[in-house]
Design a protein around this ligand. Structure first.
Ligand code: NAD
Length: 354
């Protein structure tokens, strides 16, 4: 498997280093034949190449089997004319990575506000309120006058149907329960279309039980009883917010693995941002990036029918659970270890998880 590795900004190089070391270990143990190519994007690329991402990099990623992208300092990149392109958007849009899969589950060893739960948020990733990616040309945030601004949200049947299908397929592999999250009481046309598309796709999945919640009420329901949910599907912005909440409910934003997948490409990318407040201090939690790497291997396993990639992915996830249970983790989830030392513990746990 050819994987392009991009560490990203802020804490990215620290958490990516741990992920690469664990992948190397998994490669040796499971005979994966990984070929990892190291590239740059974000601030490093802006300094070196005059742009946060380049066409050459995109071509390279398109030719590979997967991309592992670190967190990007997206908020710093404001002017595309100066090469300040949002790398996450760039890859999601150009590789048509329409499904953002964000699992959240509790771990033995981490105190949480809730009881145990295990759910997955399936978030549409290519349109919605994301002003930088939902137009063929131009931008969907408009300054009408200095005091009047408009933001437009694009919802299409094709994007709703394909994200619904991804969610139903995932639900079928889990507990066969799917929750639709929307705001169709106010956004009657756009979220009405989302609900209708989900209902249409649901005809092919009569074995999956479906319910739905309005997004604001959903925040209360998921905090009150997250164990009631299995797979949750929603539009882009709602999914972004909801999945940060569910990751934090599971113990920390640093625990949320995330895969961005399309029909032909996939990108593992931690759910959190570049965390500049803790960058370079060896205290960042590497688990989110590691779990995203494990998800990338699992995606490759199912696409290419390669069970040893599935086994490697499962073993990486188990290494994370075992580290958490033993308190071998960073301070944000109650441990005492630094990022590097957590990586060493993960490698030891992986050895015994196989
Ligand atoms: P953030 O997710 O970077 O940080 C939020 C809080 O969580 C901070 O207190 C941070 O220290 C903590 N945190 C995040 N990841 C952690 C980890 N692995 N271990 C321990 N603590 C962790 O969000 P932010 O501060 O709002 O954003 C910083 C930058 O990241 C901005 O430029 C933003 O646009 C960008 N961002 C990028 C992505 C992405 O690349 N996918 C996602 C979100 C934000």
């Amino acid at each position: 498997m050819d994987i392009v590795i991009i560490p990203g900004d802020g804490i990215g190089p620290e958490t990516m280093q741990v992920s690469v070391e664990l992948l190397q270990k998994a490669d040796a143990m499971f005979g994966l034949g990984l070929n990892m190519t190291h590239e740059i994007a974000g601030h490093d690329s802006l300094r070196l190449h005059g742009a946060t991402v380049t066409q050459r990099l995109l071509d390279q990623v398109k030719a590979a089997d997967g991309l592992l992208l670190g967190p990007m300092a997206t908020y710093d990149f404001k002017d595309e004319a100066k090469g300040e392109i949002n790398p996450s958007k760039f890859f999601r849009k150009n590789l048509d990575l329409y499904a953002n899969i964000r699992p959240a589950k509790t771990y033995t060893g981490i105190k949480t506000l809730t009881g145990p739960f295990d759910l997955v948020v399936v978030r549409e990733n290519t349109e919605g309120f994301y002003a930088d990616r939902n137009m063929a040309l131009g931008h969907s945030e408009i300054l009408v006058t200095d005091d009047v601004a408009i933001s437009m949200r694009r919802i299409t049947r094709v994007c709703c149907e394909r994200i619904a299908r991804s969610a139903f397929e995932l639900a079928r592999l889990r507990q066969k329960r799917l929750t639709l999250v929307h705001k169709a009481n106010v956004l009657r046309i756009t979220d009405g279309l989302f609900l209708q598309a989900c209902a249409d796709v649901g005809q092919d999945f009569p074995d999956v039980a479906v319910d739905d919640f309005i997004v604001d009420a959903m925040m209360a329901h998921v905090v009150r009883a997250p164990e009631k949910f299995d797979v949750i599907v929603t539009t882009n912005m709602f999914g972004d917010i909801l999945s940060d909440l569910t990751a934090e409910l599971s113990g920390s934003l640093g625990l949320g693995g995330s895969l961005n997948a399309g029909a032909h490409h996939a990108m593992g990318q931690a759910a959190h941002g570049s965390a500049p407040d803790i960058a370079g201090r060896n205290i960042a939690n590497p688990f989110s990036q590691v779990l995203s790497a494990a998800m990338l291997l699992a995606w490759h396993a199912s696409r290419r029918d390669k069970p040893h990639f599935w086994a490697a992915s499962q073993a990486m996830e188990k290494a994370v659970s075992d580290c958490v249970a033993a308190g071998e983790c960073t301070r944000d989830i109650g441990g005492q270890l630094g990022t590097r030392e957590t990586g060493q513990a993960l490698c030891r746990r992986l050895q015994s998880a196989a």
